[in-house]
Design a protein around this ligand. Sequence first.
Ligand code: GLN
Length: 479
Amino acid sequence: MDIKNLTIQEFHDALCAKEFSAREAMDESYKAIEENKDLNAFISFTKEDAIRSADTIDAMIARGENVPLLGGVPIALKDNMLLKGSVTTAGSKILSEYVASYDGWVAEKLKGLNATIVGKTNMDEFAMGSSNENSAFGPVKNPHNKTCVSGGSSGGSAVSVACGATLGSFGSDTGGSIRQPAALCGVVGMKPTYGAVSRFGIVAMASSLDQIGPFSKTVSDSEILFNAIRGKDLHDATTFEKKELRSKPIGEERKMVIGIPKEYFIEGIDPYVSKYISDAIERLKKLGFSFKEISLPHTKYALSTYYIIMPAEVSTNLARLDGVRYLGVSEIKKDVENLKDLYIKTRGVGFGKESRRRILLGTFVLSSGYYDAYYSKAQKVRTLISQDFAKAFDEVDVILTPTTPTPAFKLGEKTNDPLSMYLSDIFTIPVNLAGLPGISIPVKKFAVGSGELPVNFQLIGKHFHEADLFAVGKEYEKE
Ligand code: GLN
């Protein structure tokens, strides 16, 4: 049995035809994880939960009952999503002892469908990073070239799918953390519209930007996984009832007009990436899609805007980690003298370098005297960036860009140069600032072992028009 190459639909059909059991699929998944141990994609495993779900599905099949499409499908969760009874570290030492006391939204949805959640994936600490080198549990390696990074912050989730250990996985995307590692690992990664998926039970990074989404091998699988987790949740007031908006009726997808922002095809993009992106555009043209040049003039301010708003929210969200709540770090508790000492030692030892950098930056931009100069101004620019997109969408249905300016870079190459690291997200960050949906799709099948580094293109849609992204993506991957 080889579940690695199956789509979710194929897996489901084979499972229902009793070609294998859910328990066997689970074993296959753990075997693949073991074989790829050196990639360091997982932080912990949830085998008891996995066995319970798999056995439930096998019993249903034995009784001749219908099982849900995701029933028995091996899935991994980024380690910032709560799964009751399991450790949730968010990639940080400060949470290394924290056991979730409830299921977050995604875990609850997946449990309801009896998907097999096999474990929690490695990530940059508190989802801050683009290479997975900021994890307290070591970096994640790229399966296409083990001397390269996986991308981040959801590197473990991307690698889990890329190496065939799970059929799908979930990550979070605040500035590109699903789409960027998907691109570096050659899988599909999707960030929904802000408010399409509940953030309940996710360790918050920057709450006005965070959104959970799926990783998968194909666009069709991405759609299945997204549909399983979208919808209104009373725990998250920013969520909406399911809205499925389309620019063109079903059957007329190829009449969509694709916008190419001139500001995104700048010097500085790696020629290797440019070549593949041109190939993707050519292929879409052949399929009948028409293209139009558009302008997003405030793009050049997106990175600086993000690096004010995001750290401001990070500094506020991480203030709760004080050593009293969420357990803290027990090894330092032995010799603390008073409460203040506990705070200082917990936060000093528990947070890594990048988290400390962003907490300081965020505290500074929110401090009195600087608030208006930085934070208020950044919010105004954020509005201008959103307006650019709104204007562009008067002329086109979706927008196409590269996902990243370069393919996977070497481990250690950018760790001492935060600015060059931040540039990895130059094409993905504006999408979060505007709250739009985006999907990152491999230009072609980059098989692990072929030696080629993957390149993905990104499609950006109007609010709640995920269906447009899936439609273009499914046409693209048809051949
Ligand atoms: N890489 C970006 C950052 O470091 C985005 C992170 C994310 O989307 N969680 O902030």
